[in-house]
Design a binder for this molecule. Structure first.
Ligand SMILES: [Mg+2]
Length: 194
């Protein structure tokens, strides 16, 4: 299988840093759990452009972003041995070096845990659908909406406060950690080979 692994919300907890920067700037006390939808910036009274100014700031200096699940590199290596694993992210391409350095630091290396890193534009929200994969591991409910209509593809929706309203069924499966990601990949592979 060809598998696409997202970065933010699946490997890295970018939103934690977003809240810190936002709170400092606006005197608020938001935390990750207050990010209850993809377009959360509309609830927080800033424009999408202002939100992306903060995101770009984090992309530039990304070393302090928390890593979500320390078991991810081992599972990725295992999966990449018998499947084709790609990292598919909507981070801006000018920050490619920073993200590769960050992934390397956490033991996610090209040639071991993944074949290549593909960076796509963050708009439209489901633009990753233009890259054909058998399985996507992603936290983006808009991508899940798009993949839901493509019955030959699957998406493992990584559980996050901003995708709670998405109803997972059929080819969209909710996962909560990397052990579950691995289990569901084995399950999908089994199903596809029946
Ligand atoms: Mg993401």
């Amino acid at each position: 299988m060809k598998i696409a692994i997202d970065i933010d919300g699946v490997l890295l907890d970018l939103v934690v840093n977003f809240c810190e920067i936002f709170n400092k700037k606006h005197g608020t006390s938001y935390s990750k759990n207050d990010v209850t939808r993809w377009e959360f910036f509309n609830d927080w009274n800033i424009t999408e452009e202002e939100a992306f100014e903060i995101f770009f700031q984090i992309y530039e200096n990304t070393t302090s972003v928390p890593f979500i699940d320390e078991t991810a590199p081992d599972f990725l290596e295992k999966v990449n041995r018998s499947h084709e694993v790609y990292i598919l992210s909507a981070r801006a391409s000018q920050y490619r070096d920073q993200i590769i350095e960050k992934l390397n630091f956490h033991g996610i290396k090209k040639g071991e845990q993944y074949i290549d890193l593909i960076l796509v534009h963050h708009k439209p929200y489901a633009s990753k659908q233009d890259y054909e994969f058998d399985v996507y591991v992603d936290d983006n409910p808009h991508l899940a909406d798009a993949i839901k209509l493509m019955k030959d593809r699957h998406l493992l929706l990584y559980d996050q406060p901003w995708n709670q309203n998405f109803i997972c069924e059929n080819n969209i499966i909710r996962v909560h950690n990397w052990n579950e990601v691995y289990e569901k990949l084995v399950f999908i592979n089994f199903k596809l080979n029946l």
